[in-house]
Design a protein. Structure first.
Length: 327
């Protein structure tokens, strides 16, 4: 929460939803329930993260915090819902930052929000690398084995979680660098791809580690490479793409928390503080570690600055790659 003097000075100017903000830490910041909107189906990586924080923010940030799933349109439907919500702190988005920084570039015709003008950044939760997986019964035991198998096969299938995602672009870059013929398969939701990987109907898949780690740890899929610069603590036996001769396949994404534009600064600061308090708890950090997420709590200003940098960087990169989405 903001410092006490800031809360007292600003209280009369704030909407009723912030009326219960007071120094007593036992009281929630808001006086009515709040919603976390996620653009993924229940059970996906983003949904898991959102539900972890919804439970812990209930009674602390708001009397109750629920998760509302709005899958579709590469999480942009969820972003549109938050854009249209009242700027009173009761509705916010948890999403991978590329939903804000990348998708307006790769899906410009059907993206109906301005990431810099239509939202108030509150914070980030953590940062995730991506993982490249195959099914447990796939003949390839490692990345060189996959490349050899793919070249012998002639044409292989690959899926990103959504069209135009960083994983999509990194997968295409990997295929070109390795000299592979790849057919990209698209799904309406990331959770629909995992059953096809597990059953062998899909040859390869790349998504953030919060999503793929459970299948790998459960023995249903095999992790061949990660996009972090170094190996992940949870999978020390799996080398990075860079280690295996593909330094250009390096990247990660932050999970951002976004409020509607014109949300008062004290509310954004209060949400940031509430999430920072939770990330500081050992149980939450342990759960994030299980999802292969590195804790990363940025202030509202730092989150806004990172979003602006990533948004500016993706434009030239997309144009240079010649990527043209099918909308």
């Amino acid at each position: 929460m903001p410092p006490a003097h800031l809360r007292r000075r600003s209280l009369l100017a704030l909407p009723p939803a912030l009326a219960l903000a007071r120094p007593a830490s036992a009281n929630p910041v808001l006086d009515r329930p709040a919603r976390i909107i996620v653009g993924a189906a229940a059970g996906g990586g983003t949904d898991i993260v959102a539900r972890l924080f919804a439970e812990r923010l209930s009674g602390r940030y708001a009397p109750q915090v629920i998760v509302e799933n709005r899958p579709g349109a590469s999480s942009r439907l969820a972003a549109e819902a938050v854009k249209a919500a009242a700027p009173d702190g009761t509705t916010f988005l948890i999403c991978p930052m590329p939903v804000m920084a990348l998708f307006p570039h790769v899906l410009p015709r059907t993206t109906r929000y301005d990431p810099l003008a239509d939202f108030t950044p509150a914070t980030t939760i953590g940062e995730l690398a991506y993982g490249f997986i195959v099914g447990r019964d796939h003949p390839a035991r490692d990345l060189p084995g996959f490349i050899a198998w793919a070249k012998a096969t002639g044409d292989v299938t690959f899926a990103p979680p959504v069209v135009g995602a960083p994983q999509h672009l990194l997968g295409l870059i990997f295929a070109r660098a390795a000299g592979l013929n790849v057919t990209v398969i698209t799904y309406r939701a990331a959770t629909l791809a995992l059953p096809d990987i597990i059953s062998g109907r899909l040859d390869s898949y790349m998504s953030h580690m919060a999503e793929v780690s459970r299948a790998v740890q459960g023995g249903q899929a095999r992790l061949l490479a990660v996009t972090s610069e170094a190996r992940l603590p949870g999978f020390p036996e799996v080398p990075s793409f860079a280690e295996q001769g593909f330094p250009q396949i390096t990247g990660s994404e932050a999970f951002a928390v976004m409020l509607p534009a014109r949300t008062p600064g004290p509310i954004a600061a209060a949400l940031h503080a509430a999430i920072a308090d939770q990330v500081a708890e050992a149980a939450v950090r342990e759960r994030l570690a299980q999802l292969q997420m590195m804790p990363l709590v940025l202030s509202p200003a730092e989150t806004a600055a990172r979003l602006a940098r990533e948004y500016a960087a993706w434009g030239p990169a997309i144009r240079a790659a010649g990527f043209t989405p099918e909308e």
